[in-house]
Design a protein around this ligand. Structure first.
Ligand SMILES: NC(=O)c1ccc[n+]([C@@H]2O[C@H](COP(=O)([O-])OP(=O)(O)OC[C@H]3O[C@@H](n4cnc5c(N)ncnc54)[C@H](O)[C@@H]3O)[C@@H](O)[C@H]2O)c1
Length: 269
């Protein structure tokens, strides 16, 4: 089934913006969803798409989005849940109660809403419509942290694991009903999320001190996602080395933890 209409959350910046541009180049009509109004409008204007400004962690907003887009533009063939947040641990590490700019429980809450529940809400309102049509594609952007772990961010790691598990459940439950599902698990990508404020030049690499284990540009990741969708691959790994790390973890979990402990020590100097 050809993809005519797509929705991309977190489409105003970084990976989401690169996906919007990539899909648009294929002639796909793209709805840009973001909480940042001016940036969303800018991307939508550039690709001749539509912008919707909302918080993806708000269930009624997500329900309204699906309803309005399908009414205005037609059936959503592809929904990419890409918006995500991460804030880091407090001073006491993974078990922190206090510290930093945001209260720890607020960070956990935001990570659950945006990194997990937004995917659940999108599926909740789209899957029944897609089943009725006999087809539909959901792509959930998680992270390599959802397969391995993000040193220094317990809430991000836990919620990205949940996002991977939710995508697996969707694929297992609804695959035979015509629903295709992919989950995307990148390592570092040159965007604001990892402190690269201006990612507009991120096409050509050269990301200074951020060069950790093969940082990719948002455009490279968008290309991998597009290839994965074309091949209907469940697990999309823009950084191929992640597959090796996952195998090592699965073959000896204790050894993997020891290795991560040493890595953490190295990172903290
Ligand atoms: N950058 C990385 O190194 C990296 C690595 C692995 C996975 N990821 C994941 O990729 C996805 C995209 O990240 P990015 O690096 O492009 O980040 P980014 O910060 O550059 O862009 C995220 C976009 O999501 C939007 N957003 C955030 N919260 C929202 C909400 N509640 N409702 C609607 N929009 C919201 C932001 O306004 C922004 O436009 C995220 O899910 C992230 O966890 C990123």
């Amino acid at each position: 089934m050809p993809i005519k209409n797509a929705v991309v959350t977190g489409g105003a910046r970084g990976i989401g913006r690169a996906i919007c541009r990539r899909l648009s180049r294929e002639g796909i009509s793209v709805v840009v969803v973001d909480i940042d109004e001016s940036a969303a409008n800018m991307v939508a204007g550039e690709i001749n798409g539509k912008a919707y400004v909302l918080d993806v962690g708000d269930e009624s907003a997500l329900a309204g989005l699906v309803h309005d887009v399908e009414k205005d533009t037609g059936p959503i063939d592809l929904f990419i849940s890409n918006a995500g947040v991460g804030y880091g641990d407090g001073e006491e590490g993974a078990a922190s109660k206090d510290g930093g700019l945001h209260a720890i429980d607020d960070r956990w809450e935001a990570c659950w809403r945006v990194n997990v529940m937004a995917h659940v809400y999108a599926a909740r309102y789209l899957v029944p419509r897609m089943i009725a049509r006999g087809h539909g594609y959901l792509v959930n952007v998680a992270s390599a942290a959802g397969l391995l772990s993000q040193i220094g961010d317990a809430a991000y790691s836990a919620t990205k694991h949940a996002a991977v598990a939710f995508a697996e459940s969707l694929a297992i439950t609804h695959g035979e009903q015509g629903i295709d599902v992919s989950v995307v698990c990148p390592q570092a990508v040159a965007t604001r999320m990892i402190g690269i404020e201006d990612d507009s030049e991120s096409m050509d690499g050269g990301f200074g001190g951020n060069d950790v284990d093969g940082i990719l540009s948002a455009e490279e990741v968008a290309e991998c996602i597009f290839d994965g969708i074309r091949e209907k691959r469940f697990l999309i790994l823009p950084h191929s080395q992640v597959a090796t790390y996952v195998q090592r973890k699965a073959s000896d979990h204790d050894r993997w933890i020891s290795g991560m402990q040493r890595f953490r020590k190295r990172l903290s100097g």
